[in-house]
Design a protein around this ligand. Structure first.
Ligand code: MEV
Length: 424
């Protein structure tokens, strides 16, 4: 069944009504969403097998972003985040992108790097050549560690040797470049790096030390672009101001860090929802934000096209997988992957990158127009009203009063509640 992600009015529905609309619009059975109830999610026993010294599990809200079209296909996007406005903002930007056909994405092959560090090499330049001469032997040794990866079409693709000048010595660092297919890849490449390290040390005639993947996944890139309609954004001045805002992020690391944080609000929420390694993707993103000529800069770019519409582009390293890790064992992550309907790690990475671009556009547009506080206000007011003891019936009235009075504070919520209850 083709998914229809164009769902409006979700915020006004109850949780069970939202689930009903989702199962109506996507190829998932209603029962598959039951694991999203806290009492049916990750069990203590499952958690106990995942990490050490388990004493409980942490609940994080899981929302669904609507309106996304990526490469002509609709997706409903599960996002795990504690931050208000993120899901609504992504959905809103995706609605605008939809006008011009949604997001277009592409990706490189799923290549990860592992590094093997060699110390105390007397002749680093010659050692580099000896290692490159042994390329076939080292690739065969590494490939022998993972027959399953080979059967699925992956395996070592290349060997590089970097000479890294460090204080007092030149480090010889061998890189194994591995096609990890649908895995995140850390386990596969770490096993390979450990397996070849002895032989690498012999050939280089030095002592091997670190044997580990690099989170600078610069050979595993996902790219997303979209055209955002000028009228839907708020007019030509808004387009120009978004371009000015993005220009500051390109030029100023202080702004770039916040701009990129806005991208990661979307990226990390989908990475977490699908049980992937948020820190790996964040490390990759931030290392990619250091431009080729040095200096930390923005990960995305915005420009105006010849029709006056805004064009956004984002490129990110994307070390995510669909096999292994929490993605396979966490019941909510499995439900999230099923809801998303992706079948390859590449497709997952591309959707995540589209979400990052949508999130970024939404944040910069808000900043270039009314600021972000207004959008945050109604959710913040809800939280304040609930904390003050508002019942579900009282909630909309209290929220409306707090916003109208421009006083979203606990003491005011208590006063409003007292008035409503005739206690004033
Ligand atoms: C807040 O979580 C994210 C923003 O600060 C991003 C940005 O400034 O672009 C709104």
């Amino acid at each position: 069944m083709a998914v229809n992600s164009r769902l409006s009015g979700m915020k006004d529905l109850s949780i069970s009504e939202r689930r009903a609309r989702i199962t109506h619009s996507a190829a998932v059975e209603p029962e598959s969403l039951e694991v999203l109830d806290p009492e049916h999610g990750l069990t203590l026993e499952q958690a106990d097998h995942m990490v050490e010294n388990v004493i409980g599990v942490l609940g994080v809200p899981l929302g669904v972003a609507t309106n996304f079209t990526v490469n002509g296909r609709d997706y409903l996007i599960p996002m795990a985040t504690e931050e208000p406005s993120v899901v609504a903002a992504a959905s809103n930007a995706a609605r605008i992108a939809r006008i011009a056909g949604g997001f277009t994405t592409s990706t490189t092959e799923p290549l990860m790097r592992a590094q093997v560090q060699v110390l105390d090499v007397a002749d680093p330049r010659a050692a580099r050549l000896r290692l490159l001469e042994a390329r076939a032997e080292l690739i065969a040794l590494a490939d022998a560690q993972d027959p399953r990866l080979l059967r699925s079409g992956g395996g070592v693709r290349d060997v590089e040797v970097h000479l890294v000048p460090a204080p007092g010595a030149t480090h010889v660092v061998l890189h194994l470049i591995v096609d990890v297919r649908d895995a995140m890849g850390a386990n596969a490449v770490n096993t390979m790096a450990e397996a070849i390290a002895g032989r690498v040390g012999e050939i280089a005639r030095g002592r091997t030390l670190l044997r580990i993947l690099s989170n600078k996944a610069d050979l595993r890139l996902c790219r997303a672009r979209a055209v955002f309609d000028a009228g839907a954004l708020g007019g030509p001045e808004v387009v120009d101001d978004i371009v000015h805002a993005a220009a500051l992020a390109e030029a100023d690391p202080y702004r770039a860090a916040t701009h990129n944080k806005g991208i990661m609000n979307g990226v990390t929420a989908v990475v977490l929802a699908t049980g992937n390694d948020t820190r790996a993707v964040e490390a990759g993103a931030h290392s990619h934000a250091v431009g080729r000529y040095g200096g930390y800069t923005s990960l995305s770019h915005f420009e105006k096209d010849s029709d006056g519409n805004l064009v956004g582009a984002l490129e990110l390293p994307m070390a995510v997988g669909l096999v292994g890790g929490a993605t396979k064992v966490h019941p909510v992550a499995q439900a999230a992957v099923a809801l998303l309907g992706v079948t390859t790690a590449r497709e997952l990475g591309e959707v995540i990158t589209a979400v990052g671009l949508a999130q970024n556009l939404a944040a910069v547009r808000a900043l270039a127009t009314e600021g972000i506080q207004r959008g945050h206000m109604s959710l913040h007011a809800r939280n304040v009203a609930v904390t003050a003891g508002a019942t579900p019936e009282e909630l909309p009235l209290v929220v409306a009063r707090l916003i109208a009075d421009r006083a979203v504070r606990a003491d005011r919520a208590e006063e409003v509640l007292a008035e409503l209850r005739g206690e004033g």
